[in-house]
Design a protein around this ligand. Structure first.
Ligand code: NAD
Length: 377
């Protein structure tokens, strides 16, 4: 059975769906691995390493011959049309935002597994690519803030005077937020954090952050450990209560998200006026609507305040900026999912397995994930 790995066709994507190590793993499991020349180059994995791993290099993958296509970004229409009926795809599919592609995958008879749909249960942790990529995003956004901030993060007591530590505020303490807290702590900042979920206070404290309680009088816990969207009046109250904390911070990192919904607006333009000049806000949710009014993905936006400006950094593809390690973790997540479905060197999904069934987007001509199926219909 052939597993195909392409150069990711989307401009700017540096990650690759298989590293030489995972290619070797597939080969030892009985798969034939076909890799496009240069597929791993932008992530730092040279062609020769894939050859050493036992893969075959090709100029262009013949999609019609691939049994399994492992990919990073959601597939485009041309790719879906070129796959053979019965082929299996494994990768990020962004199903809620790619309904036409989902319909095309089903129509084409492709069995597609979406990494976003892998159940977030203990048994599936090794396949949880949302977590592995969010970890990178959380780390990276603090470094982006630090390089733009005209001051130190740690406390320095020198002969020339004492420099106080930077005050970092993290809003949204999920996987990325907790990594942001840990990274800012390692750099020596004073870190506080806030999240609407009731479990998050302990998680923030376990990372060494100070948890901020807001008197919102609402339980925002939803199924699966996620948050639910706040009603408009509660969201306004939340911003009102957050404002003094935002004003007091030197660095604000925002990571709040609601599955399947636009990112909640946590910081409005009005709230920026109380911040000190030189402060930096990094919006990790810039690509999904933005936690911060005025943030644009991939762009630094200066906003005038007394004495200078606050910089809003709209993060874009954070995992891709650290493509070597992002690919290493992502390729391992994909390999674990493929491994779960492999019997005697062949991909044989067992749909009685809750991880396999949960991650399956399309199979046998149908959209298998109920909410997406309803949206497609
Ligand atoms: P996410 O990316 O959907 O959201 C990020 C954070 O934003 C969440 O913590 C959420 O509570 C917060 N948020 C949403 N609205 C907010 C608002 N208005 N104000 C402030 N914060 C807001 O979530 P995630 O980081 O992918 O994961 C969140 C949950 O999933 C956590 O409970 C985590 O422990 C759980 N999880 C479990 C597993 C597992 O068991 N395998 C793996 C990963 C994550």
């Amino acid at each position: 059975m052939q597993i195909a790995i392409r150069r990711e066709p989307i401009e700017g994507e540096r990650r690759v769906a298989a590293t030489p190590a995972t290619a070797a793993h597939y080969v030892s499991g009985g798969y034939e691995v076909v890799v496009e020349r240069g597929a791993g180059a932008l992530a730092g994995y040279p062609d020769e390493a894939y050859v050493d791993a036992g893969a075959t290099l090709v100029d262009r993958v013949d999609l019609a011959a691939a049994d399994v296509l492992a990919h990073v970004r959601p597939l485009d229409a041309a790719t879906v049309a070129a796959l053979r009926p019965g082929a299996v795809t494994v990768g990020f599919a962004a199903p809620a935002g790619s309904l036409d592609t989902v319909a095309a995958l089903a129509e084409r008879g492709v069995t597609a597994f979406s990494l976003e749909l892998v159940p977030r249960i203990s048994r599936a942790q090794s396949m949880d690519a949302l977590t592995s990529q969010a970890l990178i995003a959380g780390y990276r956004c603090v470094l982006e803030a630090a390089t733009r901030f005209p001051r130190f993060f740690p406390l320095y007591m020198t002969a020339a005077g004492t420099i106080p530590p930077a005050k970092v505020l993290v809003l949204g303490a999920g996987v990325a937020g907790l990594q942001a807290i840990a990274t800012a702590k390692r750099l020596g900042a004073k870190v506080s954090a806030y999240d609407v979920r009731s479990a998050s206070a302990d998680e923030v404290r376990s990372m060494g952050g100070t948890f901020i309680h807001l008197d919102l009088d609402e339980n925002a816990d939803a199924a699966g450990g996620y948050a639910k969207e706040l009603a408009a009046d509660r969201a306004a109250r939340q911003r009102e209560l957050l404002a003094p904390h935002v004003h007091a911070a030197d660095i604000v990192i925002t990571t709040a998200a609601i599955p399947g919904r636009p990112a909640p607006r946590l910081i409005t333009a009005d709230m920026l006026t109380g911040m000190s000049a030189g402060s930096v806000i990094v919006d990790l949710a810039a690509e999904s609507g933005g936690n911060v009014e005025g943030s644009v993905a991939g762009v630094d936006t200066p906003v005038a305040v007394a004495g200078g400006a606050v910089t809003i950094v709209g993060m874009k593809d954070p995992a891709s900026t650290m493509a070597f390690d992002a690919s290493r973790l992502l390729a391992q997540n994909i390999a674990q999912l493929i491994g779960l479905m492999t019997v005697d060197g062949a991909l044989t999904p067992d749909f009685d397995d809750e991880v396999v069934a949960g991650a399956c987007l399309t199979h046998d001509g149908a959209v298998r994930h109920e909410p997406i199926a309803q949206a497609v219909a």
